[in-house]
Design a protein around this ligand. Sequence first.
Ligand code: GUN
Length: 166
Amino acid sequence: MSPADSLIAALGLVPHVEGGHFGECWRSAATLASENGERSLASTIYYLLSTRAPVGRFHRNTSDITHFFHSGGPIVYGLISPAGEWREVVLGRDPRAGQVLAFTCPGGWWKCSYLPAGVEHGLISEVVAPGFDETDRSLADADLFGRLFPQHRARWAAYVGDPHER
Ligand code: GUN
């Protein structure tokens, strides 16, 4: 069994609609009244990219999401702010090489993730606050991004649309 497949089995991960595999670890019983309705204070997941599912397609969430590196990697993140600024963040084990061990994608920013060539897997945790709710997340497609961010087309073209149809 590959390292990624053994992690998927050991952690009980399942395919994610964004691409990759995930499993929810924890969700606070306490709630808050967010501007979108009642939400858990926070929730956490494991998230894995692997050669089998190497791309997390562009999406955005109303909550802030903090990402913590665990193993494998690095994982590259493409981020686009609501104002259209492009950022790249590399999540990995070596801060001396410009990688970060953790970073927060602010609510409202678009985010994609992918494995560089030759990387077998990358395992992380995400903390979502307020806690994840599917109605707080939007998935990008080429029509939407063509209208919103035509200036970044070369950067987003491989990371929009259904990863399961690739
Ligand atoms: N946190 C980030 N993405 C997700 C998701 O798709 N489901 C759950 N439960 N938590 C998440």
